[in-house]
Design a protein around this ligand. Structure first.
Ligand SMILES: [Ca+2]
Ligand SMILES: [Ca+2]
Ligand SMILES: [Ca+2]
Length: 338
């Protein structure tokens, strides 16, 4: 015990010394003072500012909604699940569902390096019926990442402080910019249209949506998730409007194509999305230098204080159900010296 204490003390003084050196070396090429890496800070999420999933099969169960929950209690539940390296998981539901997290320091933008990692639950399948897929695929559910640097130091991400990290599909001509969708609260007691006995989809007209392109459709209810409401229960009002850029669908039923029944493969986009590559791979890390403004012009940020992730696709893939980005945490790669 005693030796451990001495070791800890030595480690602490070493860490403090390194911290001082690192702080002294921090800052950026514009000469602005920003907090540097230090063992005094947590490399993980320490705040959940907002959590608003879109309708989806895991909504109200990841985290679990209970009667009486408010936005504040839900945010706290989410922090308990994914904050401080807990490693749990929350689900953002269909397109546009989002989470906003914060830290106890500014994640520094180190030039030429990835700055943070977003943890999700993406995996690659080794049972893809397609023998020659052009990219990794399995259950990749890309979420678009936005970052905010608290320029005015008011402790909040103001509307004009948000920038998107432009991932590999940002310039894809089938990515729809300024997409907007409105989901309508369902009548949970309505009689759904008749479906075949044993059908996978038990309510094909469960949650109606309309978008700003003149389309409409439904989030369907499936037999595997039939007991929870898919509409976030702590949100007030009869409708929920969510905005962002809509990525093209990434799911392909490869089973049908290769005569092997139905087997959906959700393919990974190249880079720059949450819940899109394995947590251990470089594909789950992000460079703050990918930030762009509303016109798509690059923006140089000294660091970020807040990160927002929202589900980037709108699709339902057979038995896998609706695609939703999952978030399990964030790591400051500089503090972790990765
Ligand atoms: Ca960087
Ligand atoms: Ca601010
Ligand atoms: Ca996922």
């Amino acid at each position: 015990m005693k030796r451990k204490n001495v070791t800890s003390l030595l480690a602490l003084s070493w860490a403090v010394a390194c911290g001082v050196i690192l702080v002294a070396c921090s800052g950026n090429d514009r000469g602005e003072d920003i907090p540097g890496p230090s063992d005094l800070y947590s490399p993980y999420v320490t705040k959940v500012l907002d959590f608003c999933p879109a309708p989806g099969q895991f909504t109200n169960t990841m985290p679990t909604w209970q009667e009486g929950d408010t936005q504040e209690t839900i945010n706290k539940k989410v922090l308990d699940i994914i904050g401080n390296n807990k490693g749990g998981m929350v689900s953002l539901g269909s397109f546009g569902g989002y989470i906003v997290v914060g830290f106890d320091h500014t994640i520094e933008n180190v030039s030429g390096q990835r700055d943070f990692r977003l943890l999700g639950n993406a995996f690659y399948s080794n049972q893809n019926p397609n023998p020659n897929p052009s990219r990794e695929g399995g259950n990749c559910e890309p979420g678009i990442v936005m970052v905010a640097y608290d320029k005015n130091k008011n402790g909040k991400p103001d509307d004009d402080e948000w920038y998107e990290l432009a991932g590999s599909e940002y310039s894809n001509e089938t990515t729809l910019k300024n997409y907007e969708i409105t989901y309508f609260r369902p009548d949970e007691n309505k009689t759904p249209p008749e479906v075949e006995e044993g059908a996978l989809v038990i309510d094909p007209e469960y949650i109606h949506w309309v978008d700003n392109r003149g389309n409409d459709g439904y989030i369907v209810k499936n037999m595997y998730h039939k007991d929870n409401s898919y509409f976030p229960q702590w949100i007030e009002g009869e409708e929920l409007t969510l905005k962002g850029n809509l990525l093209p669908p990434n799911g392909v039923d490869e089973g049908t194509a290769f005569g092997k029944g139905s087997y959906w493969v959700l393919y990974a986009y190249d880079w720059g999305y949450a819940d899109n590559h394995l947590n251990a791979e470089e594909g789950s890390t992000f460079d703050i230098d990918w930030a762009v403004d509303k016109n798509g012009d690059p923006v140089t940020l000294p660091g970020v204080d807040f990160i927002k992730v929202y589900t980037g696709v709108l699709q339902t893939c057979g038995a896998v159900g609706d695609t939703s980005t999952e978030v399990c945490g964030v790591e400051d790669l500089h503090l972790l010296k990765k």
